[in-house]
Design a protein around this ligand. Structure first.
Ligand SMILES: Cc1cc2nc3c(=O)[nH]c(=O)nc-3n(C[C@H](O)[C@H](O)[C@H](O)COP(=O)(O)OP(=O)(O)OC[C@H]3O[C@@H](n4cnc5c(N)ncnc54)[C@H](O)[C@@H]3O)c2cc1C
Length: 318
């Protein structure tokens, strides 16, 4: 079986969840081979984790230039690797960086690109959700190999332990790929809560929460459940919560085990970002709110009465 290259998304010495999803998907397409791009020493720290999800090989493409410039050097190195190993498919995360590398890679290889897919079949047919998830599209590249970016939280990663061999990739970056240099990195201040797109519990608040101060209630419930806080666009646009926590078509896509929607009506653009959650719980005072069409459990009531009672009950059980 031919290799399927999975371009590893990582940060802070950890493998991101979308990489585990890609490795899980890659196992249906061929032999998963993870490609780590970064500064020297990056791959060794990640290899065990990549192996847990089925990477039989880890390509270590390590060089200061891969860390010191924007994405152009990464696309150059990947193009050379693809030409060298002729993989069955190449997968990248549909993240800010993954999308840009994929676009550049497609141009370099004169290859089609399947953007933002939620699935990929062994015959190269990709599934894409468009119009906020209202329409499902099947597509295939007409030139080259299946080169796809996977939308984060499209599938549940499942382990399949392997012991990867680490293979060093020669990195040579042309001057034309070094036109944009990274001059400073500022780590985003992170609280104790899990990252929104990686959390197994997400508690989101909408316009019904009413104010920024009232979001303390959403945070309290999220913290009690060890979850992340999300928000609808109406809530972020109203300044109740920062935009980076917006869930939906123009925000983040989440797929936790438990998604709680508090004071959110369930507009199609919001659903696009959370409808694949395992269990959906909604609290809304309007029994006709569309969120109830999607919810596994719904409470018709005032969230300021329902949520404090839920908090009290959960505390009793802890
Ligand atoms: C191009 C485009 C992209 C968009 N992208 C996104 C996106 O990414 N994410 C997103 O969320 N939206 C997005 N939207 C906006 C979307 O259409 C909705 O306007 C938005 O999701 C509504 O947010 P909401 O449910 O919080 O507010 P509303 O629709 O106003 O709903 C508030 C709900 O709270 C309930 N409520 C009020 N008070 C209480 C209370 N005390 N207790 C319980 N329930 C209460 C009400 O009954 C109501 O159902 C987008 C729109 C467009 C056009």
């Amino acid at each position: 079986m031919a290799e399927v290259l999975v371009v590893v998304e990582h940060g802070g010495g950890l493998v991101k969840k979308v990489t585990l999803e890609m490795l899980t998907l890659a196992r249906n397409l061929g032999e998963p081979a993870a490609v780590v791009l970064g500064a020297p020493g990056t791959a060794a720290a990640l290899a065990d984790r990549l192996g847990e999800y089925g990477a039989g090989k880890v390509y270590a493409a390590e060089h200061e230039d891969l860390d010191g410039y924007l994405v152009a050097p990464k696309a150059s190195v990947l193009a050379a690797l693809v030409r060298q190993v002729s993989p069955a498919a190449v997968l990248l995360g549909a993240t800010q960086e993954g999308k840009e590398i994929a676009g550049r890679l497609a141009v370099k290889l004169d290859n089609g690109l399947l953007a933002d897919v939620s699935g990929l079949e062994p015959d190269g047919t990709a599934t894409q959700l468009v119009f906020a998830g209202a329409t499902i599209v099947s597509s295939k590249v007409t030139r080259g190999l299946p080169l796809a970016t996977l939308r984060p939280n499209s599938l549940t990663p499942s382990p399949a332990p392997a012991t990867p061999t680490v293979s060093t990739v020669e990195v040579s970056v042309e001057e034309s790929a070094k036109l944009a240099r990274v001059v400073e990195r500022v780590a985003e201040a992170k609280g104790a809560r899990p990252e929104l797109t990686e959390a197994s519990v997400v508690v989101s608040g909408g316009r019904g929460v009413g104010s920024a101060e009232n979001f303390a209630l959403v945070e309290e419930l999220a913290d009690l459940l060890g979850g992340a806080v999300g928000a609808s666009r109406a809530a972020t646009d109203s300044g109740f919560y920062p935009h980076q926590f917006q869930v939906g078509q123009t925000g983040k896509t989440v797929s936790p085990q438990l998604y709680m929607a508090l004071g959110i009506s369930g507009a199609i653009q919001h659903r696009a970002g959370m409808q694949t959650s395992k269990t959906i719980v909604a609290v809304n005072k309007d029994g006709e709110a569309p969120i109830f069409e999607l919810a596994d459990f719904g409470v018709v009531g005032d969230l300021f009465k329902v949520v404090p009672q839920a908090i009290e009950e959960i505390r009793k059980r802890q």
